[in-house]
Design a protein around this ligand. Structure first.
Ligand code: ATR
Length: 271
C-alpha cells in the first residue's frame, strides 16, 4: 500500500504525518505515505514513475491540481465540478481515477462546529479554492449560497457556471454589494496569506455566525482576527479542512474512514 503526496515545493507537507496517524488506527501492514517532489515540467512523468514502482494512489498539491485533473483517465463528479484533482487512485485496470476531496473535507470540518442545512452561506473568493467547495456545500442544502469576490465579475461568472448544477438560491457579487445576515462565512480567498482582512460591510455576520478561514497557521489568520473584532464568537481555521480532505482520500484508497479528532489535536499542538 504505497502512497505519496506530489507537489513543488513539498518539504513542508503535513500529509505524511496525517496519513501515518490514520493508518495507525487500522491494521494496514505495509502502508506507506511519503513526500514526492515533482519537477515543475515533470508532473505526469513523476506520477507514471511512481505507479510503475507499485504506487497505488497519490495526493496532489500546489501547483499540480489542474494538471492532475487533465491526467486522470476518469473523474468523480466532485472533481469534475472542481476542475482540479487532489487525489488519484490506481484502478484495477491500470487507469487513474481523479477525485477532489477538498470540498468534502471543508464540509466535514464545518459540520463539526455548526449545521449547514437551512443556513445562509457566504463564500468569499472566486478562485480554485472556492470553485472546489461549491458543490459539496450545496449538497448540505443550505438556504442560499452567496459568493462574493474582490473582482465581482469573477463571482458572477462562477455562480452562473454552477446554476445548472445547484438548485438553490445563488448570488454572485462584489464585497460592497453584500447584504447582511450570513450564518456561515467561509474565506476562500488568499487574502490571509498576505495578512490582509477583507472589506466586508457591517452586518455580514448574522448573530451566532461561524467564521471559517481555509487558511491556518500558528497565529490567528487575518480573516479570523477581523471576525473576532466584529464580535463573531465561533471562529475556525482550515487545519481541520486539511485533515478532513486527507481522511476522504484515505477512505477512497483503503475503504477505512479514520477518526480525525485525535489527528487534528496532535497537529494543532505541533503548529
Ligand atoms: P486559489 O486557487 O487559492 O483559490 P486563486 O485562484 O489565485 O487561488 O484565487 C485567489 C482568490 O483570492 C481570488 O478570489 C482573489 O480575488 P480576485 O479574483 O479579485 O483576484 C482573492 N484574493 C487574493 N488576494 C485578496 C485580497 N487581498 N483581498 C481580497 N481577495 C483577495
Amino acid at each position: 500500500m504505497k502512497y505519496v503526496v506530489i507537489g513543488n515545493p513539498i518539504a513542508h507537507s503535513k500529509s505524511p504525518q496525517i496519513h501515518a496517524a490514520f493508518a495507525s488506527q487500522f491494521d494496514l501492514p505495509g502502508f506507506s505515505y511519503e513526500r514526492l517532489l515533482a519537477p515543475l515540467d515533470g508532473f505526469a512523468a513523476t506520477v507514471r514513475g511512481f505507479v510503475a514502482e507499485g504506487g497505488q494512489g497519490c495526493n496532489i498539491t500546489v501547483p499540480f491540481k489542474e494538471e492532475a485533473f487533465r491526467l486522470a483517465d476518469a473523474l468523480t463528479a466532485r472533481a469534475q465540478a472542481a476542475g482540479a484533482v487532489n487525489t488519484l487512485k490506481l484502478q484495477a485496470d491500470g487507469s487513474l481515477l481523479g477525485d477532489n476531496t477538498d470540498g468534502a473535507g471543508l464540509v466535514a470540518d464545518v459540520l463539526r462546529h455548526t449545521t449547514l442545512a437551512g443556513k445562509r452561506v457566504l463564500l468569499l473568493g472566486a478562485g480554485g479554492a472556492a470553485r472546489g467547495v461549491l458543490l459539496p456545500l450545496a449538497a448540505q442544502q443550505p438556504a442560499s449560497i452567496t459568493l462574493a469576490n474582490r473582482t465581482p465579475a469573477k463571482a458572477v461568472a462562477l455562480i452562473d457556471e454552477f446554476r445548472t448544477h445547484i438548485a438553490l438560491p445563488l448570488h454572485g457579487c462584489g464585497f460592497d454589494a453584500l447584504q447582511g445576515g450570513h450564518d456561515v462565512v467561509i474565506n476562500a480567498t488568499s487574502a490571509s496569506l498576505g495578512g490582509e482582512g477583507i472589506p466586508l460591510p457591517d452586518g455580514v455576520f448574522a448573530p451566532g455566525a461561524l467564521a471559517y478561514d481555509m487558511m491556518y497557521g500558528r497565529d490567528e489568520t487575518a480573516f479570523l482576527a477581523q471576525a473576532r473584532t466584529t464580535g463573531v464568537l465561533l471562529r475556525v481555521d482550515g487545519l481541520g479542512m486539511l485533515v478532513g480532505q486527507a481522511a476522504e482520500a484515505f477512505a477512497l484508497w483503503t475503504g477505512h474512514r479514520p477518526d480525525v479528532a485525535p489527528v487534528l489535536q496532535a497537529l494543532r499542538s505541533a503548529l
